[in-house]
Every structure is written in structure tokens, then in C-alpha cells.
Ligand binder design. Structure first.
Ligand code: GLY
Ligand code: MN
Length: 462
């Protein structure tokens, strides 16, 4: 945990921004896997971690903005708990560690909230995403669970996003710890990318590294020789020369901060000509936007820069044609690059996505596009000092999408379908780094993981 004052200060700022009412942040409960006592690995809610820091189930935090007091609701353990889980700190001591002095048994939460509701006070809640918390909130607020959406406080969302978007020094250190683990995961995966091995052997090994070195993975590992499927979680293929292996994986630090890195390598360690050509384009679409990162630049412009690099590179190879600026303007490049350049990262790998992507990534100045491809850009607005973002361009040959666009005769002026047909067995390439926006520019976080053709070929053979 960070020092108590980190959490007190965050809560103070939040209360200032929210202005009045009661802020309710329920922590997560255990989630049953196949029967109640057999649970998934516990993951605390990220907003609860941010404001109340405690990594235990069955807690709820309340900030009373009007009397400037913070409360922690939870239960002390009984003898049964001690027998099964060992001794646990008292609720009071836990609360003290995060600067909260007012504690009460969990059932008192109902009283606190119902009392406030009966007095007509505003209760601020964030969008819940787990069934148990939705039901709990609907019982506390006296609403049907389907109406809970209407109770969500936009003011609290905006204030939370404002705070969580700008990372503190202590948070950067945590992210860097998660980056150290990612370094080990990715360099290990690269060295294992030999013909004959099954994806599962590599995925299992690097998930093990995340568990040994950190707090497990920050999202289910994507590791596949079918990288054209963007979030491919099937790990049953055998690697063979001629295929490329996409590994999109990261770890959680001790305090649950994420890393999120993607590397793509040729099985066996040697790029063939076709692979090298496509790889160099993706690499440029990764390194050039990174060089332009600084406060004030919009992430949308970085996305479009990557799209143009991809379009121009594919034109040089004869896969695209015509005026590439215009092709990107109309969205033709999205046949090959159908996702966004990146997203915020922090306590969540897609940071704060549960609060609503548009609150996190867009504003009055930069609105989300509805164009295929660009519409999936999670972060479009201007970058600010302290943001941590990913830059993750890719080129994919998705046979079903190619067939559909060809059938519909889409963008015939920009796409050379005859040539594209010959790449349908290629797969996909993505390269992703995590970057801190500094006062004057950027810092790529973590120890550099092999990325150039020479570096990648060097690590696999070596
Ligand atoms: N690393 C997976 C994603 O960003 O969606
Ligand atoms: Mn990512």
C-alpha cells in the first residue's frame, strides 16, 4: 500500500471536486467460479483501490462531502475466518493504514445510506459492473436494479477520471514494476518461439512469470500464431516456420498497476522477406507517433499519423494505392488496421474503461468518430503530463473482412484486392509500448524489450 496520506489526499481532492453529498465506493466481493466457496482469484475494484487502497473483499468506502469525513464499512473476522484464513488485521487498523478513522460494521452501511436518502441528500456512485454490487446498490438506494444506471453520478465519474488520469510518482514506480515483469515475460516468450512448440507451453510459462514476479497477469494473455484475430485467447496451435507469433501480455504490480506490451516475432527467429516488409511498417507506425508524444497533442492525431504510415507502407508494397491521405480520411486503411492506436493505462489495463470510454478518452474538443476503425480509438483527446498511454499499431490480414470488403467493392480506388488476396495466409503483427507523457515529451516505460528486426532475430537465435 502507499502511505496513508496518498489516499487521504486523493479523497480530499475528490470531495472538493464533487462539492456536496455522499460518495459511495463499494469494494468487490469474492466471485464464485463454480460453487460459492470456490472463487476466482480476488481482484479489488480499481476505484476502491485508488481511494481506499485496501485489497480485501467485503469493504465499502463512503466519503461524506458535507461533513468532510471518510468512513470504512466492513467486518472484523471471527474464529471461523481465522481458522480458514489465518489472523487478519482489525478493520480499525486497516482503515488507519489508508488514513480513515471512522469505521463501522458492514451492515451499518445500509443505515448510513438510507438515512442520507431519506434526507434527500445526493448519493454519488460510479457505474457498477459486477452483479453483486449492482444488487447491493439497488437495495441500498431503494431502486430496482435495472434503474441503477440512472443513479450514476456524472460528476463523480468526471472527478474520478480527472484524478486517475494523471499518474503520481508513486504510481509510475508501480507501473515500472509491472514493466519489469513484462520484460521477463516477453523476452522468455521470444526465446521459446521455436517450431514444434505449442502456444500453450509459452503462454503458461509467461503467465507463471507474472505470478512468480508480480500479481499475475493484467488481462488474459493473447499469444497466437493467428494474430489477425485481435484478441485471440486460443493457445492450442503448434508453432511452425513461416508463421509469426503475436504476444500481447502484461502483469499487475503488487498494488495492481498494469503493464501491457505486444511483440510479434517470426517463429524460429528469422523474418522472411514478406514478414520483414510488413513488420518494418508496423514498427514505424509505433516509433514515429511515440516520438511526437507531448502534452497538448491529441491522441487522435497520433492515431492518424500511424494510419498514414501504414497506408503509405502498404502502398509501397502494392497492397494499397491512390492518395493515402485521402484513403485514411475515408477509412480505407482500417481493412488492415481496424483498431485504435492505444488507450490509457494504470490500475486497469484499459484504464477506467468501466467508467465509460468517452469520459476517459474524449471531451467537447475531440469527439469520437463513427468511422469503422477510428471509432474503436479509446483515447482521442489531448495528452496531458502524467498520462500513461499505450501505442499499439498493427497490420492484420483478416480473411473474412477482406472477403466482405471485396464483395462490397469497398474502397476500390485505394485497395489492390488482387495483391491483398496473396496475403490472406499472413496473420497479423502488432507492436505495443507503454509511455508516460512528461512535461516536455515522453518516456517509454520499462527496460527496452527487443523490437527492431535485428534485436528480435538476435534474441531468438541467441
Ligand atoms: N492488450 C490488449 C488491449 O489493449 O486490448
Ligand atoms: Mn493495449
Amino acid at each position: 500500500m502507499f502511505e496513508a496520506k496518498v489516499y487521504s489526499e486523493r479523497r480530499r481532492k475528490l470531495k472538493n471536486q464533487v462539492g456536496t453529498g455522499l460518495i459511495l465506493i463499494p469494494g468487490n466481493t469474492e466471485a464464485a467460479m463454480n460453487y460459492p466457496a470456490n472463487t476466482y482469484h480476488f481482484r479489488q475494484d480499481s476505484d476502491f483501490l485508488y481511494f481506499f487502497g485496501l485489497d480485501h473483499p467485503d469493504l465499502a468506502g463512503v466519503m461524506d462531502v458535507d461533513d468532510d469525513r471518510d468512513y470504512l464499512f466492513g467486518n472484523d473476522v471471527d474464529m471461523d475466518d481465522i481458522i480458514w484464513m489465518g489472523p487478519q488485521p482489525a478493520l480499525k487498523d486497516r482503515a488507519h493504514e489508508v488514513g480513515v478513522e471512522q469505521t463501522a460494521p458492514y451492515h451499518k452501511l445500509d443505515e448510513k445510506i438510507r438515512d442520507a436518502v431519506s434526507k434527500g441528500r445526493k448519493i454519488h456512485i460510479l457505474p457498477p459492473y459486477r452483479g453483486k454490487n449492482i444488487l447491493k446498490l439497488s437495495s441500498l438506494l431503494g431502486n430496482d436494479y435495472v434503474e441503477i444506471k440512472e443513479m450514476i453520478s456524472e460528476k463523480l465519474i468526471r472527478a474520478t477520471v480527472k484524478l486517475r488520469s494523471v499518474k503520481e510518482e508513486v504510481e509510475i514506480k508501480e507501473i515500472e514494476q509491472a514493466m519489469d515483469v513484462a520484460y521477463k515475460m516477453h523476452t522468455t516468450a521470444m526465446k521459446m518461439a521455436k517450431p514444434g512448440i505449442i502456444e500453450n507451453e509459452i503462454a503458461g510459462t509467461i503467465e507463471g512469470i507474472a505470478l512468480v514476479e508480480g500479481n499475475g497477469v493484467s488481462f488474459p494473455i493473447i499469444l497466437t500464431i493467428n494474430g489477425q484475430t485481435l484478441h485471440n485467447h486460443y493457445h492450442g496451435n503448434t508453432l511452425s516456420v513461416g508463421r509469426m507469433m503475436v504476444t500481447d501480455a502484461g502483469a499487475e504490480s503488487a498494488l495492481h498497476y498494469a503493464s501491457d506490451i505486444t511483440r510479434t516475432v517470426p517463429v524460429g527467429g528469422k523474418f522472411n522477406q514478406r514478414q520483414k516488409e510488413i513488420y518494418e511498417i508496423v514498427l514505424k507506425a509505433n516509433t514515429e507517433p511515440i516520438k511526437s508524444i507531448k502534452p497538448g497533442i491529441t491522441n487522435k492525431s497520433l492515431h492518424l499519423m500511424a494510419a498514414e504510415i501504414i497506408g503509405s507502407g502498404l502502398k509501397d508494397l502494392g497492397l494499397m494505392k491512390g492518395n493515402i491521405k485521402e484513403a485514411v480520411n475515408q477509412g480505407a486503411h482500417a481493412l488492415f488496421f481496424p483498431h485504435g492506436l492505444g488507450h490509457m493505462m494504470g490500475l486497469d489495463i484499459h484504464d477506467m474503461e468501466g467508467l465509460g470510454e468517452d469520459y476517459v478518452g474524449y471531451n467537447e474538443e475531440v469527439k469520437r468518430s463513427d468511422q469503422f476503425g477510428l471509432a474503436f480509438l479509446r483515447l482521442g483527446k489531448k495528452l496531458e503530463r502524467g498520462f500513461v498511454i499505450t501505442i499499439e499499431p498493427g497490420i492484420y490480414f483478416i480473411p473474412a473482412l477482406i472477403d466482405q470488403w471485396k464483395r462490397e467493392k469497398k474502397f476500390m480506388d485505394f485497395i489492390n484486392y488482387d495483391k491483398v488476396e496473396t496475403y490472406k495466409d499472413f496473420g497479423g503483427i502488432r507492436i505495443e509500448d507503454d509511455i508516460l507523457v512528461t512535461a516536455t515529451g515522453y518516456r517509454v516505460l520499462g527496460k527496452p524489450i527487443p523490437k527492431t528486426v535485428e534485436e528480435v532475430e538476435g534474441i531468438i537465435v541467441g
